[in-house]
Ligand binder design. Structure first.
Ligand code: URA
Length: 242
């Protein structure tokens, strides 16, 4: 239901009583187990408010969307497996900790997905990043694969798939098909997304129940041009050219 209203929550620090906190629109909930929505904290909502504002200039759009992308990457890394790892501290005691298991790589869906690469590099130094270019075929108006360049050993890696806007889901679904054709199991793919439409999230989560999705926000729906609403407009234009 595209006209469905998103829920509203009181937001603010715990030391203020609820009635003194402003309300804000928070993410719609989804029932798919493979979808993780970031906690709707005052900080996340403030960052999203900045990038949704049509008056926000490109420099601010880049800065604030990058901060949200960092939150997405940090959350996605929590979904990768770890092994026990004990270290000795400078005071001669041991600490029972963990370390990441296995190799990772990023794959960005061009052009908007490339905007999430910086956050990934900030968290994972010298991470390998592959690219997939999917565009709408003018004749069929269906998504079409134009180009892909991926790490050779991608089927041995955990893949963080990057695309900020999940509208109808056409490109993301095709990107997962490309990864699967290279031998990457669904269970080793994590899709990082800034804003999803409920229908895009549902179709992706249903088609690939073993792919994890980490998103900052599930929005109200799509308009007649398949833009996410309320959304933020064209992400690639606002990040690269506007
Ligand atoms: N891609 C965008 O950049 N924005 C949308 O709203 C949908 C797809």
């Amino acid at each position: 239901d595209v006209s469905q209203r998103a829920p509203s929550d009181h937001l603010g620090p715990d030391y203020r009583p609820t009635e003194e906190k402003p309300t804000a629109t928070v993410s719609t909930k989804v029932s798919h187990e493979n979808v993780t929505i970031l906690p709707q904290t005052p900080q996340l909502i403030a960052l999203l408010t900045m990038i949704r504002d049509k008056h926000t200039n490109r420099a601010d759009f880049i800065f604030y969307s990058n901060r949200i992308n960092r939150l997405l990457v940090e959350e996605a890394l929590n979904h990768l497996p770890v092994l026990p790892h004990t270290v000795t501290t400078p005071v001669g005691r041991t600490y029972a900790g963990v370390k990441f298991e296995g190799k990772i790589c990023g794959v960005s869906i061009m052009r908007a997905g490339e905007a999430m690469e910086q956050a990934l590099r900030e968290c994972c130094r010298s991470v390998r990043i592959g690219k997939i270019l999917i565009q709408r075929d003018e004749e069929t108006s269906k998504p079409k694969l134009f180009y892909d360049k991926l790490p050779e050993d991608i089927k041995e890696r955990w893949v963080l798939l990057l695309d900020p806007m999940l509208a109808t889901g056409g490109s993301a679904l095709m990107a997962v098909d490309v990864l699967r054709s290279k031998g990457v199991p669904e269970s080793r793919i994590c899709f990082l997304n800034l804003i999803a439409s409920p229908e895009g999230a549902a179709s992706f989560a249903q088609k690939f129940p073993n792919v994890r999705i980490v998103t900052a926000f599930v929005d109200e729906g799509l308009n007649e041009k398949n833009y996410i609403v309320p959304g933020l407009g064209d992400f690639g234009d606002r990040f690269y050219t506007l």
